[in-house]
Write a protein that binds this ligand. Structure first.
Ligand code: MN
Length: 338
């Protein structure tokens, strides 16, 4: 909930056209792009001058989103991006809780004069913002954007474009409504988004039925040759080499979804996807119940996220990173086997 003074301040200042920047975490996912573009269309409907700036590029399965062509990629257009950040009256920071999550763009946001509003659902925020609209119990940032719009009393500005964008983030961050974070409120929000014009079938089709055939072959290869099953620890992981990615012509977005396979095995409570991205080895951890993978990512892999879904990285080799991961298992065996 917004404090009354902040609600009044936002209502008053958003009443007259102003300059707004919306940004989100690096390598944006469905929730990051859905929330930034959903808020973009919402704010545009008031006549504001709005720019979405991403710290990096994002996967092509999100490029169909309305407004995609207007997104400014900081890595490609740093000067333009910095100018927008410096001139903005408002900077909305969505789906991240620490400026380190937006790379170098963070330094510019930190010193910008505009009012910073954070809307997010991650644990352990670092408090860089002026106004905080966060809830770690929310399924997604998109769900929070919906709540934020309602608190402003502007649900009549939820156009089909806004509704479609917000639906995307809720659908992706809840694993199509199957993760623990999916609440009755989540379903109420998506019901209203469908009423406002979100096309749930079309969104599903755009998100999940657009793979290249080689991507499916790659998934088959990983499940047959790169899948490791450790029943004594109720753990399974997939480790992918840089050469594997090369052999199948795999880009960043193509590995999306692989991290959920380990947990589909009966009895598995901790799953990892470990990929050698050449410069860094990236880890995506998933868990069930009380196994807090955000703590594992924070303590061992310079990362963080949600309790049951987190990410991190390592500067060591793939083999060394796998060994580091395996070395953690005996320490948490009591949790894995409880
Ligand atoms: Mn999110």
């Amino acid at each position: 909930m917004l404090e009354k003074k902040n609600l009044e301040l936002l209502r008053a200042r958003l009443d007259t056209p102003c300059k707004i920047v919306i940004t989100t975490h690096h390598k944006p996912d469905g929730d990051a792009m859905g929330s930034t573009l959903g808020l973009y269309h919402f704010l545009k409907s008031f006549g504001h001058d709005v720019v979405v700036i991403t710290p990096t590029d994002y996967p092509s399965f999100l490029h169909w989103l309305p407004g995609n062509d207007l997104v400014v990629d900081f890595e490609k257009l740093p000067t333009v991006s910095i100018k927008h950040v410096n001139e903005a009256d408002f900077i909305f920071c969505l789906d991240f809780n620490a400026l380190s999550r937006i790379n170098e763009l963070g330094e510019h946001v930190a010193q910008a004069k505009g009012l910073k509003i954070k809307i997010d659902h991650h644990l352990l925020p670092d408090g860089f913002e002026d106004i905080n609209y966060s809830n770690i119990k929310a399924s997604s940032t998109c769900e929070l954007i919906y709540d934020f719009i309602l608190e402003l009393g502007s649900s009549d500005h939820i156009t089909p474009d806004v509704a479609n964008c917000l639906y995307v983030g809720i659908m992706t961050d809840t694993g199509s409504f199957k993760f623990d974070c999916t609440t009755p409120h989540t379903h109420e929000v998506v019901a209203n988004l469908i009423r406002k014009g979100a096309n749930s079938y079309q969104i599903y089709d755009q998100l999940f039925n657009q793979h290249q055939f080689r991507r499916l072959q790659f998934v088959g290869f990983c499940l047959s040759n790169r899948f490791h099953y450790l029943p004594e620890y109720n753990t399974a992981y997939i480790a992918i080499t840089a050469q594997d990615l090369k052999d199948f012509g795999i880009s960043t977005g193509d590995t999306e979804g692989l991290e959920s396979y380990p947990l589909t095995v009966k009895g598995i409570r901790l799953g990892a996807l470990i990929i050698d991205r050449t410069k860094l080895v990236k880890l995506s951890l998933r868990s069930k119940g009380d196994i807090a993978v955000n703590e594992i990512c924070r303590d061992y892999f310079n990362g963080g996220g949600h309790k049951n879904a987190s990410g991190g990285s390592s500067t060591k080799t793939l083999d060394e990173t796998v060994q580091d991961f395996l070395a953690i298992l005996p320490k948490i065996k009591h949790l894995l086997n409880s």
